[in-house]
Ligand binder design. Structure first.
Ligand code: PLP
Length: 401
């Protein structure tokens, strides 16, 4: 077994390390501040005040009002609540338009609605993972012509490639036509500014563990007046919009993560872009037959998705794992299956490259030394796997499909 003296963690789109400041902020709520924020007594009221302060901090992060924030258990719950909540409000008449490259937390509830008789559309993407805005407009217009409500669910940034959708334009199109817009903003939070006044979405999902808060806390921004029914039914928490006793320590942690991101984002984005670009150019310079997946001109600062032709992404990830380097193939939710990523396939990446895609995702804790370490160890791994591969530029693959 490998000695675990070094870990280079480049899988931050899967999850991130909890920031020490976040952990510190949470601790009192595992100790003396254990009251239930819904309780009548002052002991509970003291805790409720911390929840409301956290809500204010999160609202400042998104530039919205605190009443528009609903705390959830994760972004999967937020996405489900947005999509199923709108469908519950409008019933079968609702048309749902989404994209082929969404996270399963969006695709699966949309497909469930389709099975239940809703009209749904999954917009295709081009070779860099972008949607056609004219097609989006036409899909909304055709429903509007029939006087039907429309929900658009389009992610802000893709978790696998980092491709940023032109969400301002999507919002403009939706707003001018009265369509409700939900965006899965899980991967942008903490990496680029998210301002719901500048980008007028109606529903927005975020997850704490993607930007240095713990796993198990998320939020749904619900613009005032948005028509959606609650998904979790029970008590009156979150003003009746999400039943269940609030996860107070994690809510406080999420707010701290928002504050850290708000204060540090500009510097971090510049640092991440420089590190990511150095990794990208180092790989391109040292490994032949490599392609960068996604829209390089419109991409998250921390994400690099590359396909190594003729070899398996899983094999690369396993070999790097033996060296202490953590990366992933496709999204964490899809890994474990050997099916190629639905995102990479939707972009029409050639057969010889589709299985060889891997994702490097950086965070504020990534260092120059981490990038050096990867650039030292990755090229020999790729060379070694290519020697073993039945595929290659000089190998006959005519019998493979
Ligand atoms: N949406 C996107 C784009 C994601 O990347 C993820 C997590 O990988 C999720 C939703 C689900 O988030 P959570 O783990 O908080 O349920």
């Amino acid at each position: 077994m490998r000695s675990m003296e070094k870990t280079v963690y480049l899988d931050n789109n899967a999850t991130t390390r909890v920031a020490p400041e976040v952990r510190e902020a949470m601790l009192p709520f595992f100790g003396e501040l254990y009251g239930n924020p819904s309780s009548m007594h002052a002991f509970g009221g003291k805790v409720a005040a911390h929840v409301e302060r956290a809500r204010e901090e999160v609202a400042r992060f998104l530039n919205c009002s605190p009443e528009e924030i609903v705390f959830t258990s994760c972004a999967t719950e937020s996405d489900n609540t947005a999509i199923r909540g709108a469908a519950d409000w409008f019933g079968r008449g609702l048309k749902v338009v989404t994209t082929a490259v969404e996270h399963p937390a969006v695709l699966q509830p949309v497909r469930r609605l389709k099975a239940q008789g809703h009209e749904t559309v999954e917009l295709p993407v081009d070779s860099v993972g972008q949607i056609d805005l004219d097609r989006l407009t036409a899909e909304i217009d055709s429903a509007k012509a029939a006087k039907r409500p429309v929900l658009v669910s389009a992610m802000w940034a893709n978790n696998e490639t980092g491709t940023l959708f032109p969400i301002e334009k999507v919002a403009e199109i939706c707003r001018s036509r009265g369509a409700i817009l939900h965006t899965d903003a899980v991967q942008v939070a903490g990496k680029i500014p998210v301002d719901v006044k500048k980008v007028p979405v109606d529903l927005l999902a975020m997850s704490g563990h993607k930007f240095h808060a713990p796993k198990g806390i998320g939020l749904l921004y619900v613009r005032k007046g948005t028509k959606a029914k609650p998904f979790m039914l029970g008590g009156h928490q979150e003003s009746g919009r999400r039943a269940g006793t609030e996860n107070v320590p994690y809510i406080v942690g999420l707010a701290k993560a928002c504050e850290l991101a708000r204060l540090g984002m500009a510097d971090e984005a510049a640092k991440l872009t420089a590190l990511r670009d150095r990794l990208e150019s180092g790989i391109l310079a040292s490994c032949p037959d490599v392609r960068v997946n996604g829209d390089r001109a419109n991409r998250l600062p921390n994400t690099l998705n590359v396909s190594f032709e003729y070899i398996e992404g899983e094999a690369i990830a396993y070999r790097l794992s033996d060296l202490g380097i953590c990366i992933s193939t496709g999204s964490a939710c899809a890994s474990g299956s050997l099916d190629p990523s639905h995102v990479i396939r939707a972009m029409g990446v050639p057969f010889t490259a589709v299985h060889g895609s891997v994702r490097f995702s950086l965070s504020r804790y990534t260092t120059d030394a981490d990038i050096d370490y990867v650039l030292k160890h990755l090229p020999p791994v790729v060379r070694g796997l290519r020697e073993l591969s039945p595929f290659g530029p000089d190998k006959d693959v005519s019998t493979f499909k």
